[in-house]
Design a binder for this molecule. Structure first.
Ligand SMILES: Nc1ncnc2c1ncn2[C@@H]1O[C@H](COP(=O)(O)OP(=O)(O)OP(=O)(O)O)[C@@H](O)[C@H]1O
Length: 246
C-alpha cells in the first residue's frame, strides 16, 4: 500500500533522510520507532505529500505521488485518515459533529446515512451514544483520542497515519487506544503507520517495526526480529526502554 524507495530529504545542511526504503503491505500496521529528531515526522509528511523529497519515490496504492500537484495530492489524500498527537478535535463542536465533519466537507449524505456512519465508527471505538452531544472539554484524554480515531476512519480510508497516538496517556488508556488501532485494522482492513516513542505499545500493535536512525532505516522486521537485532543503536534503544520500564 505504501512503498518508499530511495528517499532523500535535507533542510539546508541538515541531512534528515538519506536513503529510506520502506514497504508497508495493505492491511498491516507499521510502527516507526526512533529517537527524538531522527526524522519520523518528516518521513510521515512525505507519505501524504506535505513534503517533497530531494530524491526518491513515494508510491501510495501503486502511484508515485512525488510528481503530483495540488489537485492530484488532494485526490490521494482522500485515501488517508490522520490522527495527530493532540487529538485536534474542534472544541466548539460536539462529539457527533466532530466525527461527522469530514463527511459534511466531502460527501452529500442524508441525515440518516450520516448518522449510520458516525454511530458505527463511535461504536467501533467503544464509545456509547451518550457521548454524542458532549463537547471535547467534557471528555477524558483517552476518550478524546478515540473520538479523534473515529473521525479519522469515518470516510473509510485505506490508510491511517498516527503521530504519537499514545503520548501523554496513562498505561491503561494507552492499552485501550492500542486496542482501537487494532480494531480499525481488523474490522476495516486499514493499513496503519504509527510514529511512536512507546516501545511497549509498538510491540502490541505492530506487524512490522522500522527503526529510524541517522537518516536511514537501521532495522526493519517483526517485533521479534527487532528484539533479536544485532544493530548497536537498536539494542541500546530497546535496552534503555525496557530497563526503564521493568
Ligand atoms: N520544515 C522543516 N524545516 C527545517 N527543518 C526541519 C523541518 N521539519 C523538520 N526539520 C528537521 O528535521 C529533523 C527531524 O525532525 P522530525 O520532526 O522528523 O523528528 P522526529 O523523529 O519526528 O522527532 P520527535 O520524536 O522529537 O517528534 C530535525 O532536525 C528538524 O529540525
Amino acid at each position: 500500500m505504501i512503498d518508499i524507495r530511495g528517499l532523500h530529504k535535507s533542510f539546508g545542511p541538515n541531512k534528515v533522510l538519506t536513503g529510506i526504503d520502506l514497504a508497508v503491505p495493505a492491511g498491516s500496521t507499521c510502527v516507526i520507532l526512533g529517537g527524538s529528531g531522527s526524522g519520523k515526522t518528516v518521513l510521515m509528511k512525505h507519505m501524504i505529500g506535505l513534503l517533497k523529497p530531494d530524491a526518491g519515490e513515494v508510491l501510495i496504492d501503486g502511484e508515485d505521488i512525488v510528481p503530483l500537484g495540488a489537485e492530484g495530492l488532494e485526490r490521494v489524500r482522500h485515501k488517508f485518515g490522520m490522527v495527530f498527537q493532540a487529538a485536534a478535535l474542534f472544541d466548539s463542536m460536539t462529539v457527533y459533529e466532530n466525527v461527522a465533519f469530514p463527511l459534511r466537507e466531502h460527501r452529500r449524505l442524508s441525515a440518516d446515512e450520516e448518522s449510520t456512519l458516525v454511530r458505527s465508527k463511535l461504536e467501533l471505538m467503544g464509545l456509547p451514544r451518550s457521548v454524542e452531544p458532549k463537547y471535547p472539554a467534557d471528555l477524558s484524554g483517552g476518550m478524546r483520542k478515540r473520538v479523534g480515531l473515529a473521525r479519522a476512519i469515518v470516510m473509510n480510508p485505506k490508510i491511517v497515519l498516527y503521530d504519537e497516538p499514545t503520548t501523554g496517556l496513562d498505561p491503561i488508556t494507552t492499552d485501550y487506544v492500542d486496542e482501537m488501532i487494532l480494531a480499525a485494522q481488523r474490522e476495516l482492513g486499514i493499513t496503519s503507520v504509527v510514529i511512536s516513542h512507546d516501545v511497549a505499545s509498538a510491540f502490541n500493535i505492530a506487524n512490522q517495526i522500522a527503526f529510524l536512525s541517522k537518516g536511514v532505516i537501521l532495522e526493519q522486521g517483526t517485533p521479534e526480529e527487532l528484539l533479536a537485532s544485532e544493530q548497536p543503536a537498536v539494542k541500546i534503544f530497546l535496552q534503555t526502554w525496557f530497563g526503564k520500564n521493568d
